[in-house]
Ligand binder design. Structure first.
Ligand code: ATP
Ligand code: MG
Length: 423
């Protein structure tokens, strides 16, 4: 038996040049993901669909193919995908004047028996893409339904809301038969809309924010500020590293910059400032902005959520915005906490998110300011952080860079302090 995977592109309303570009990108992402799983399978885009042609030999079993479908389902940009049995026109001649359709009926009998569940209803959907096929879709649907009713325990047909569908697609190069549509996550293929740098912290919110941007087609890198220097040895165990790794499982290429904020900490040491949280936010925004050109990021992303904690006020977000020219995106701003936790759970990020984050900021005051006047912040920065550019440079020079590719940590190194430019 020969297998294929059919992928239906999401956002079908897209028109014009974008559409072609998005399909091309999705095809590439599918190819790359399969390659990362050691599957060098041809991937073709035809109209609104992408077809993965599995090799026609014994090296591939159904289980391997179905596992690949589950992995692909996590890629943004897919409405649904399905594992299909492929019967080639060359071999079976379905488009001839006297086609022998027994092979299709036999396959349907097997699938109907495999899928049978007591009390449920079914429907058959035939699509005739090649009108040379001798029967109308409706007639062939009836024939197949009769086969199912006669050769399995299925008894109830429901054409409008069936519990189980059996699909037969007739094209000029062959016939696909399938019955397991897996829903994708929709959105747009990663890499099709832009590049962002996400400020990643130890909580639930920022990884979900990064994933939402990935779902809208952005490739994301991460920057995380740590209280102390991390040795490269054993860094794989770090909570932040595992979080970035999980996001990369569905978004592909991801870099994580771990940046110690020791110099900032030292500058404010001994000062009892209740503005330290907002000063820290402004510091993070400036350091992240300085990194943007070297990672080609077009915007920063945070997990800010309006009103969630005392510091997440409009005023504090504005103070952060004012510290940099970079655009700061906050995809979770209007979400409820339950919605964020539900997403985090779906994405497999919840368990790692709830682990205690040992690296919490010693410098952050218990009662952060909820408002902050620009001139007060300017004056504080002038007084205590007078050489800001030097602070940024020193901070970035201490960074380490980790690179992930579809869930694998593929590189870790100390950052070359020549490789970033000034903001
Ligand atoms: P999260 O759940 O993402 O930790 P939070 O609800 O705890 O967010 P804050 O700690 O106020 O909120 O942080 C708001 C946002 O600022 C985070 O979502 C993240 O984008 C960024 N941020 C906070 N701390 C750090 C850090 N140490 N390194 C990088 N980014 C950070
Ligand atoms: Mg946090």
């Amino acid at each position: 038996m020969q297998y294929r995977i059919i992928v239906q592109f999401a956002e079908l309303a897209l028109k014009g040049k974008n559409r072609h570009r998005f399909i091309k990108r999705l095809r590439k992402n599918i190819k790359d993901r399969l390659k990362s799983l050691n599957h060098e399978w041809p991937v073709k885009a035809i109209h609104d669909r992408i077809y993965v042609n599995l090799p026609n030999d014994d090296s591939i079993d159904e289980l391997t193919a179905k596992q690949a479908v589950q992995e692909l389902a996590r890629l943004p940009g897919i409405a649904w995908l399905s594992f299909v049995y492929w019967l080639s026109e060359q071999k079976y001649q379905f488009l001839s004047s006297q086609p022998d359709l027994a092979v299709i009926h036999d396959l349907i009998k097997r699938l109907a028996n495999d899928k049978y569940k007591s009390g449920l209803s079914f429907a058959v959907r035939v699509k005739r893409r090649d009108k040379q096929f001798s029967m109308t879709s409706q007639k062939f649907e009836q024939q197949i339904a009769t086969t199912i009713l006669q050769h399995s325990d299925w008894q109830k047909v429901n054409l409008s809301q069936p519990d189980q569908c059996f699909y037969v697609d007739i094209a000029s190069d062959g016939v696909s038969v399938h019955c397991d549509k897996t829903l994708g996550i929709g959105g747009l293929p990663v890499g099709s809309t832009g590049q962002v740098l996400t400020l990643l912290s130890g909580g639930f919110d920022s990884p979900v924010a990064a994933w939402l941007m990935a779902k809208r087609g952005c490739q994301t890198d991460f920057i995380h500020f740590t209280a102390s220097h991390h040795p490269l040895d054993g860094i794989e165990q770090d909570k932040i590293v595992r979080t970035a790794q999980i996001v990369s499982e569905s978004s592909g290429f991801v870099r994580l910059y771990m940046v110690p904020y020791t110099y900032f900490d030292m500058a404010l040491l001994e000062l009892d400032l209740d503005y330290d949280l907002i000063l820290f936010r402004r510091f993070m925004a400036r350091v992240a902005s300085a990194l943007m050109p070297s990672v080609e990021a077009q915007a920063l992303v945070t997990g800010d959520n309006l009103g969630q904690v005392a510091s997440q006020t409009m005023e504090n977000m504005e103070s952060m915005n004012k510290s940099t020219d970079a655009m700061i995106l906050r995809p979770l701003l209007s979400y409820n906490k339950q919605e964020i936790i539900a997403l985090s759970t779906d994405l497999g990020l919840f368990e790692v998110g709830r682990e205690p984050h040992k690296d919490c900021c010693a410098l952050i005051s218990k009662n952060p300011r909820t408002t902050s006047r620009s001139y007060v912040l300017h004056n504080l920065e002038k007084a205590h952080l007078s050489n800001y550019q030097e602070l940024i440079d020193e901070t970035l020079a201490d960074a380490i860079e980790l690179t992930f590719y579809f869930g694998q940590l593929v590189n870790k190194k100390k950052m070359d302090n020549q490789s970033h430019e000034h903001a």
